[in-house]
Design a protein around this ligand. Structure first.
Ligand code: BGC
Length: 398
């Protein structure tokens, strides 16, 4: 039932959020910090104490990476529909700005914070401030380090990388083909705690083939730090890919695969390969998120797959967790059984350590592989995307 409601919401968002997004963009041409005003609630329940409407602060990293626009929009809509006031900020991928934005939300008296951290190690002060003010925090998608009070809602990040690594393994048929195959890696932002999980998940699958010599990495760059991408920026990934191609492939060396941790980096790598790789073969390229430009590339055969994470469901879990926290209910795996969610989610108290000895109670959703062949079934049928008039997919929520 909740999934159904989430999907109805997603469809309604199609219209309302187009207006919302353009209002944001016109109000702030840089697309930087965006703080929406609080809105009147539509219902009561958990959202009120003594007749007063509770306010939830939603701090997203940036509007320049596509997915956070979807997350911000879903969270905003779902909390409003449940009767809460909301304040939504985007902090232009700048940690100092996110700290300020969160401090402002605290001074406006928010009852709960939902934070997708720009720098998982950069929020110590505000986390202390939130603790002192008795404001609970949900670390959204990205873990907040040095903190022992928050809850975590995300996808199984290691599995995201594992799915990418397995895709490359199967696409190249590494268990049967003779090889050797040449491949390269591009990982995410070192400030984002998720990035290491994605990389390790993929690398653990591919390492045995590298060790045996069936897979060769001509650049020799296999350490996370060597292949990381500052702030997940497309341009940064593009520059490094161009350098690698010029240095190690311009002599005609064949490139078989490029493992990219997400779609924004994949976009840069794909551009570099399209422009600068002389070989005629299709290169296996991975991604994550289902960004619209990448779905176009997948349809056109330029990118092989993306790991899709249904952020509408991530928002549903966040809402139900917030309700439980704000109503003083015990938070444990009973939330999952009581919720009636129509999707898988695990309660994990072991995987994510924020301070030595403190494991953050986590709700982890399950990621899924999207390819050219199953794109419509996985993305259009559930209502996350629609097929546009040009045949390419378009997101339904901004
Ligand atoms: C998210 C990914 C996203 C990346 C860049 C990560 O924390 O989990 O879905 O691609 O940030 O925005």
């Amino acid at each position: 039932m909740k999934k159904f409601l989430a999907l109805i919401l997603a469809l309604c968002l199609c219209l309302s959020l187009v207006a919302c997004t353009s209002a944001r963009n016109s109000g702030n041409s840089g697309g930087n910090n965006d703080t929406q005003g609080t809105d009147q609630p539509t219902t009561g329940g958990d959202s009120q104490t003594g007749g007063e409407t509770k306010t939830v602060g939603i701090a997203m990293p940036t509007q320049s990476l596509e997915r956070w626009n979807r997350d911000g929009a879903y969270l905003d809509e779902q909390f409003k529909a449940a009767g809460y006031n909301t304040i939504v900020t985007y902090s232009d991928n700048k940690n100092d700005q996110q700290v300020n934005d969160i401090q402002n939300m605290l001074s406006q008296g928010v009852d709960l914070l939902i934070i997708a951290a720009i720098d998982g190690n950069g929020l110590n002060t505000v986390m202390n401030d939130a603790g002192a003010a008795g404001v609970p925090v949900i670390a959204y998608d990205r873990l907040i380090m040095n903190d022992n009070s928050s809850y975590y809602v995300s996808f199984d990040n290691y599995t995201v990388g594992k799915l990418q690594g397995e895709f490359v393994r199967d696409a190249l048929d590494l268990d049967n083909a003779a090889g050797p195959f040449n491949m390269e890696f591009t990982a995410g932002d070192p400030a984002d705690n998720n990035a290491g999980y994605f990389f390790n998940g993929a690398f653990d699958v591919l390492k045995p083939y590298i060790d045996s010599g069936k897979v060769v990495v001509p650049s020799g760059q296999t350490a996370f730090d060597a292949v990381a991408t500052d702030q997940w920026q497309t341009d940064v990934a593009l520059d490094r890919a161009q350098n690698v191609l010029a240095s190690y492939y311009s002599d005609g060396t064949k490139l078989d695969a490029w493992l990219c941790s997400n779609d924004s980096t994949s976009l840069g790598v794909t551009q570099a390969i399209t422009q600068d790789y002389a070989g005629g073969n299709a290169v296996v390229i991975t991604g994550q998120d289902g960004d619209v430009a990448n779905l176009r590339n997948i349809k056109d055969g330029k990118q092989s797959m993306t790991v899709y994470k249904a952020v509408a469901n991530e928002a549903v879990v966040t809402l139900d967790l917030a309700k439980a926290i704000l109503s003083g209910s015990t938070v444990d795996d009973s939330l999952i059984s009581a919720s009636g969610w129509g999707f898988e989610c695990a309660y994990d108290t072991d995987s994510y350590e924020t301070t030595p000895g403190h494991k953050c109670p986590s709700f982890l959703l399950v990621p899924d592989v999207v390819t050219k062949d199953n794109m419509e079934e996985k993305l259009v049928t559930p209502g996350y995307y629609v097929v546009g008039s040009d045949g390419y997919l378009e997101a339904t929520n901004g």
